[in-house]
Write a protein that binds this ligand. Structure first.
Ligand code: UDP
Length: 455
């Protein structure tokens, strides 16, 4: 498709949001669309050191902070909003005089004020949701007051197209409304003007969340455009697209892959709690000794800031079976034939990556949307087991050992693996030529071509 359209993709500056929007940008660019990914100046140096994809342009807006960010999220968002509301229009203006004026803005749903800017310039505006469709729908009902907390009628949450959840499966900001009021406001503010957006994008795929996708589609114009995983791990249509790029952490890549190369197929447990988790000391101890007692080999991502929580005795005793790294090339690790399972905190990106690569999971959700993702992994998609039946109870080393055994051996493993492979197939189908997500991206391009030629 030959076009002169130009899309601004405006991201909220945290790793778990940058990854999917950057991947989406690469997909658009591969379809001959000019794409400028706009993030904060804090990412400028990072980008210059890690060239991501020559087909995407980058530009930067200020978040209003030259160094240390405020600890309260509300203060950060307020300043970021004020600053970006000045600098983003300047970038749009600058483009107006070029061969490639901006035709559309795809913005992180955490930044609803960008829609107002896009409307002011008469541009097609799309709100991009980086959470699952289910989680986004729960937040929608919370914002409208149609989900009342605490839930009446026993413990079961009943929402259109979502019927399987108990209180503890809701996102933690919803089940405990007072826990993080600043973040709760951020996730709910998205719904202040979303109905004015021309379209809503979700990093998910139709077959994964069929029921809720149907419900959302019956109310708004939505498109699933995921899973936003580098192409070489899915349809392989974007040559060289092997990682996200723009990473805040440097992976111990060679160390992980060399170590895995020496292991048998399906023999290694991969353990990671994502980029933000800060686990309590006794939690770390139980995971550590449980892994060791399982007698399986493992790679455990323990960020440098968390390393002091590992006991010397454990590090010594696990040396011949465990590899502890600060950060891994997670997709390469999950795709390695030696990896048999993934112990995960259930961040949405990690969840989609494990589903896309057909890896069974052990779930240890901590907070935010992870509790809901865990519920779907275990009970709806049936590609994982819980380490602890009730997340509120303390995890023990025996729980860890048992869950490793369940996922790595016997009939339970066979069931989980068969289901995981089904989702791998569906994820591949969605992103392949003519698949549901690929087709949605084509439809989006066709619409902006039409809307920019009619203005
Ligand atoms: N990740 C990685 N190496 C690691 C741990 C995580 O590359 O050692 C990546 C992972 O592939 C995913 C992202 O970091 O894309 C984490 O996002 P997620 O939504 O799973 O969790 P969050 O970090 O936002 O809690």
């Amino acid at each position: 498709m030959a076009t002169k359209i130009h899309v601004f993709v405006v991201v909220y500056p945290v790793q778990g949001h940058i990854n999917p929007m950057l991947q989406f940008s690469k997909r658009l660019a591969s379809k001959n669309v000019r794409v400028t990914l706009i993030t904060t100046s804090a990412y400028k140096n990072l980008n210059e050191n890690q060239p991501t994809n020559p087909t995407i342009l980058f530009d930067y807006i200020s978040d209003g902070f030259s160094g240390e960010k405020p600890s309260g999220i509300a203060d950060f968002v307020e300043t970021f909003k004020n600053e970006s509301s000045k600098s983003l229009p300047e970038l749009i203006e600058k483009q107006r005089k070029t061969e490639y004026p901006v035709s559309a803005i795809v913005y992180d749903s955490f930044m609803p004020w960008v829609l107002d800017i896009s409307k002011k310039f008469g541009l097609y505006g799309v709100s991009f949701f980086t959470h699952s469709c289910v989680v986004s729908t729960i937040y929608y009902h919370t914002s409208k007051g149609s989900l009342r907390i605490p839930v009446e009628n026993g413990n079961v949450v009943s929402l259109p197209s979502i019927s399987c959840l108990e209180m503890g499966d809701l996102p933690s900001f919803v089940s405990d409304l007072d826990s993080y009021p600043g973040v709760l406001k951020l996730v709910l503010d998205r719904f202040s003007n979303f109905e004015e957006a021309d379209c809503l994008f979700f990093n998910s795929f139709d077959n994964l969340e069929n029921e809720v996708v149907n419900w959302l589609s019956s109310k708004w114009k939505i498109m699933t455009i995921g899973p936003s995983v580098p192409s070489m791990f899915l349809d392989k249509r974007l040559a060289d697209d092997r990682d996200y790029g723009l990473s805040l952490f440097k992976p111990d890549g060679d160390a992980c892959i060399k170590w895995l190369d020496g292991k048998d197929s399906d023999s290694v447990v991969y353990v990671s709690f994502g980029s933000l988790a800060n686990l309590e000391q006794d939690y770390m101890d139980e995971i550590a000794w449980g892994l060791l007692d399982s007698k399986c080999s493992f790679i455990w991502v323990v960020r440098d800031t968390e390393k002091s929580k590992l006991s010397e005795k454990f590090v010594e005793e696990s040396a011949d079976r465990g590899l502890i790294v600060n950060w891994s090339p997670q997709l390469e690790v999950l795709a390695h034939k030696a990896v048999g399972s993934f112990m995960t905190h259930c961040g949405w990106n990690s969840t989609l990556e494990a589903l896309s690569l057909g890896v069974p999971m052990m779930v240890v959700p901590q907070w935010t949307d992870q509790t809901t993702n865990a519920k779907y992994i275990v009970d709806v998609w049936q590609t994982g087991v819980r380490v602890k039946a009730h997340d509120k109870e303390k995890i023990t080393r025996e729980d860890v050992t048992k869950s490793v055994k369940d996922v790595m051996e016997g009939t339970k493993r066979e069931e989980l693996k068969a289901n995981a492979l089904k989702f791998k197939e569906m994820a591949l189908e969605a992103m392949s030529e003519g698949g549901s997500s690929d087709k949605n991206i084509d439809d989006f391009i066709a619409e902006i071509v039409t809307s920019s030629t009619s203005t």
